[in-house]
Structures are given as structure tokens and as C-alpha cells.
Design a protein around this ligand. Structure first.
Ligand code: FES
Length: 157
């Protein structure tokens, strides 16, 4: 099944092309756009972007796989990403991940059966000074505790 950007997505892509010096430089923002439009970066999206920027799907796939912010599989309505790197880990990230895993009934990498949450353990989110940190979709939550995580997750519509 082939995919294509919506009219708005296509206009956004054209705008990106004017801002970046060559087709290759536009790959990262194009992947970001694909994730926004399609929910995740599917194999079809990779072929589509390769066609748009004039490179091979293998090159796009290598980039999409290297950067962990691109989801190669469908994710739930809320993508709950908890940092497990050193600063967060020293402040109990593993315990928090275990707590969320039990609370949602899924392991990292899995999505709840209702499609609401996908849980992920991720590398440094770049906010080590306010560890432990979790990113839910585009939003950061810092200085986490079991209680604050519960509050955040319970209040998501
Ligand atoms: S180690 Fe967790 S945000 Fe950097």
C-alpha cells in the first residue's frame, strides 16, 4: 500500500525544500513530517520519502532506524518514553519504568490492547538536570516520582 502526504503535508514539504540546501538535508525534517502525518515511519513512508528526495529507500531506512525519535512501528495514542540513561537511572528510572509497565500491563516496546499507550525505554532525553524524565508525545515531564507519573497518566483523556 503506498502512502502520500496530505495537501498540507505536501505544502510543508515544499516549504522545507526551500529552507534546506539540498534534498539530503531535508531527510530528517521529512521523516518528522511523515511521522506527524502517518503516526509512524512505515516501510511505505520510507519508499515515499526516498522518491521525494531522490535517494534510495535503504538510505532513508538507515537514518530512520538510527534516530530513535522515529517510530518504525505504530504507537498508541500516547507514546510514553521514559529515559533510562545515567542521570535518570541514578534517580530511580528503572523503578519508574517497572511501575508504569505494571500500571499499564505492557512491557517496554508494547502497546496496550486499547491502543492508548505505548511504553518505551529511551536514551537520554537531554534534560538530565531535571531527571528522571519522561516524554509523552511532544511533552516533557520532569523530576518524576511514582505519584507524579500516576497523576500524569491518569489525567490523559
Ligand atoms: S539521562 Fe535522562 S534525560 Fe539525560
Amino acid at each position: 500500500m503506498s502512502v502520500a502526504f496530505s495537501e498540507t503535508g505536501r505544502a510543508e514539504f515544499e516549504r522545507l525544500l526551500t529552507r534546506y540546501p539540498d534534498g539530503k538535508a531535508v531527510i530528517l525534517p521529512a521523516l518528522h513530517l511523515a511521522q506527524k502525518e502517518f503516526g509512524y515511519v512505515s516501510d511505505e513512508a520510507i519508499v515515499y520519502i526516498a522518491g521525494l528526495v531522490g535517494t534510495s529507500p535503504a538510505e532513508i531506512e538507515g537514518i530512520a532506524t538510527f534516530y530513535t525519535m522515529y517510530n518504525r512501528k505504530p504507537v498508541g495514542k500516547y507514546h510514553v518514553q521514559i529515559c533510562r540513561n545515567i542521570s535518570c537511572s541514578l534517580l530511580g528510572a528503572e523503578h519508574l519504568i517497572e511501575h508504569v509497565s505494571k500500571k499499564l500491563g505492557v512491557r517496554p516496546g508494547e502497546t496496550t490492547p486499547d491502543g492508548k499507550f505505548t511504553l518505551a525505554k529511551v536514551e537520554c532525553l537531554g534534560s538530565c538536570g531535571t531527571a528522571p524524565v519522561m516524554q509523552v508525545n511532544d511533552e516533557y515531564h520532569e523530576n518524576l516520582t511514582v505519584e507524579s507519573i500516576d497523576r500524569i497518566l491518569d489525567n490523559l483523556p
